[in-house]
Design a protein around this ligand. Structure first.
Ligand code: NAP
Length: 272
């Protein structure tokens, strides 16, 4: 029997398995995969993973990771056979609450995790919700599995829509900031390549400074802001442009959209 079965081997499912293999959390011979298209099936076999079909996946391993598109999950679980013992479920699917997944599969409790697209480069911070009733061994496996692709933030599932907004959509927001900084650099006269390299370097430097113990973001900002200096002039412009208010609006909009999609999923009407 495999140790882990993965339903859905797209961008995220394959990135998660790569991370776990690279860190030795599982061996390739311990993972089986449900994949649909030929390229994804080939990717799985090239990685040394066994293929499995639906519904055999339900008793192929003690833990089943659900990494399907939410609407595909809704379609493929209309007739779930009763499996004893039920596997431990881990869902990374957006839009489906743990309760809805459990109701659909006739089992539970369900661990929910929200990694980011940076899982593919081993740099995802994952929001993880482990409900009461999950066996200790299954909870520990989930912590190690997501820990293989970056830091894990354990959080009550009630906050998962906010986690989605900040941890997953936030990668998009940060990239939008990078684009804006590079665009501004070009408008300030820099050639495109230099503009992009300097913008990325600035953000990289800020994150490395925080991670490397230089201080909190607020402390590092204070360190680079001399009274009457260049950073102070730029920060005043950001403040005048209501930067904090705009970012708060973006997070609330993403959180509310995640909530809407979750409601749609539980009613089987989630949009594509
Ligand atoms: N990407 C992210 O950054 C991210 C972050 C957090 C959460 N998520 C969640 O993770 C889940 C997967 O996202 P993704 O980005 O990996 O999407 P994706 O690349 O489109 O992967 C979804 C996979 O599911 C497969 N699939 C669909 N129907 C199937 C079926 N009936 N049988 C077998 N396989 C089937 C697809 O197969 P084919 O390729 O053959 O069509 C595809 O490979 C989503 O629920 C998403 O909300 C994603």
């Amino acid at each position: 029997m495999a140790h882990l079965a993965v339903a859905g081997f797209g961008k995220l499912g394959s990135a998660l398995v790569r991370g776990a293999l690279a860190r030795g959390i599982v061996r390739s011979t311990e993972v089986c995969v449900l994949a649909r298209s030929e390229p994804r099936r080939k990717l799985a076999t090239d990685m040394g993973l066994a293929l499995v079909e639906w519904p055999q996946i339900l008793h192929a391993a003690p833990t089943v990771l659900l990494s399907l598109k939410p609407q595909a999950f809704g379609a493929m679980t209309t007739d779930v056979p009763h499996v004893t013992p039920a596997p431990h479920w881990i869902s990374v699917m957006g839009g489906w609450s743990a309760a809805d997944v459990a109701a659909k599969l006739g089992g539970g409790p369900v661990i929910r995790a929200m990694p980011s697209v940076a899982a593919s480069v081993g740099a995802s911070t994952t929001g993880l919700s482990v409900p009461a009733g999950v066996p200790k061994q299954a909870a520990e496996f989930a912590r190690q599995f997501f820990g293989a692709i970056g830091p894990v933030v354990e959080i009550d599932e009630a906050h998962m829509d906010a986690v989605t907004a900040v941890g997953a959509s936030g990668v998009g927001f940060a990239c939008a900031f990078l684009e804006a900084l590079a665009q501004a650099a070009m408008e300030a006269g820099l050639p495109p390549e230099a503009a992009s390299a300097l913008a990325i370097g600035a953000v990289e430097g800020a994150v490395a400074g925080v991670r490397g113990g230089m201080g909190t973001p607020a402390e590092i900002r204070a360190q680079v802001t001399s009274p009457g200096g260049t950073t102070a002039a730029g920060l005043a412009a950001l403040q005048a442009g209501q930067m904090q208010a705009v970012i708060t609006q973006a997070v609330m909009a993403a959180r509310d959209r995640a909530r809407e999609l979750g409601g749609g999923a539980s009613r089987g009407t989630r949009p594509a």
